[in-house]
Design a protein around this ligand. Structure first.
Ligand code: FMN
Length: 336
């Protein structure tokens, strides 16, 4: 079975990529992901916020220590003795590049225009095969229009592309009023792909303490359907890579994503739940299904049920809305 696919201009041996999580940081788990068949890995994001915080702490520390304690200054470690976060990240990237045969994608979460550009450049220098921009932005400013929110994504991309030559993928949120034009614009401005969709972690309310608390829940396959719909709708308009991230838990999810038109599917929650070996089981089950259905390659499968090719494309839109509502039946014992 020919499973190879294109991803941001890179040739991958199959369409399953391990997306950013703690599993794509430690060398042991990354090697286990590769052994299990991961076609590439995306490292956890490098957060500009963390670099800034570290720099500020260091400046404060050095400043405080030098006030009136000059005699002990010589005992303090110099600035360069600290393993800064940026240094740690780029060294880990370099290590993974040396130890792995599969592509290593770095991920960046910036907060300032200068930061996006500077750190993207650092990641390229450290050997990243491509870059995923994790634009984690909650539009909370009541004065900011939706078009200026969208422009922010284009501006970040444009700035990063001016300083880097490696392929760049943008990880998008699903919360845009008009995703197709936005993705088209990202393509026109030089993106090599989009990853659909980032999961914004939802804060929760603790009813005992009356505090707002962060909550991180892993996904299940139900998250896949939103991605599948939008990939199917986008495929005919977009030539660059379409990547699904979110809800890819088993062979069925991956196959549906590919049929809708994804080039690549990323797994995170399923790997955190089942371990790296889950990729090899998923690949085996995919191959079995493809053989039964007489597909010869992933290339043949890709997009064959996209909006442009499906027999009933209106199902991706609103057409069967009433039908679905009508088809609902009460659970046993309710409203007899
Ligand atoms: C513990 C954990 C850590 C994550 N860290 C990152 C990260 O650093 N950068 C990023 O872009 N996404 C991160 N993600 C998001 C995942 O890479 C993935 O896009 C998302 O969880 C959707 O995929 P899933 O449904 O397979 O979990 C993280 C997710 C989890 C659960």
């Amino acid at each position: 079975m020919e499973l190879s696919t294109d991803y941001l201009g890179l040739k991958l041996k199959n369409p399953i990529v391990a997306s950013s999580s703690p599993l794509t940081w430690e060398l042991d788990s990354v090697l286990a992901l590769q052994d299990s068949g991961a076609a590439a890995i995306i490292m956890p994001s490098m957060f500009e916020e963390q670099i800034k915080q570290e720099q500020e702490q260091m400046e404060r520390f050095i400043h405080q220590q030098s006030l009136g304690h000059s005699e002990v200054e010589s005992y303090h470690p110099g600035l360069m003795d600290y393993e800064e976060y940026l240094d740690k990240y780029t060294r880990r990237l370099h290590l993974l590049k040396t130890e792995l045969d599969i592509p290593v994608i770095a991920s960046l979460n910036g907060i300032t225009d200068g930061g996006w550009v500077e750190y993207a450049n650092e990641l390229q220098q450290a050997g990243a095969d491509a870059l995923e921009l994790n634009v984690y932005y909650i539009a909370s400013n009541p004065e900011e229009s939706s078009s200026s929110v969208e422009q922010r994504y284009i501006d970040v991309l444009t700035a990063v592309l001016k300083q880097t030559q490696i392929p760049v993928c943008i990880k998008l949120s699903s919360q845009f009023s008009s995703i197709i034009p936005l993705v088209k614009k990202l393509q026109q401005n030089g993106a090599s792909g989009v990853s659909l969709f980032n999961r914004f972690f939802q804060p929760d309310i603790d009813l005992d303490t009356l505090n707002v608390v962060p909550s991180l829940k892993l996904s299940d396959s139900s998250s896949a359907l939103l991605r599948i719909r939008w990939v199917a709708m986008l495929r005919q308009h977009i030539a660059m890579s379409l990547v699904i991230t979110g809800g890819m838990h088993n062979a069925q999810d991956v196959l549906k994503g590919l049929l809708a038109g994804a080039d690549v599917t990323c797994m995170c929650s399923a790997l955190l739940e089942n371990g790296p070996e889950h990729i090899s089981q998923t690949l085996q089950q995919m191959i079995q299904w493809m053989e039964e259905k007489e597909y010869r390659s992933v290339e043949q499968l890709k997009g064959s049920l996209s909006y442009a090719k499906a027999i009933n494309p209106s199902a991706f839109e609103r057409a069967n809305y009433l039908e679905i509502l009508d088809s609902y039946s009460y659970a046993a014992g309710v409203m007899v």
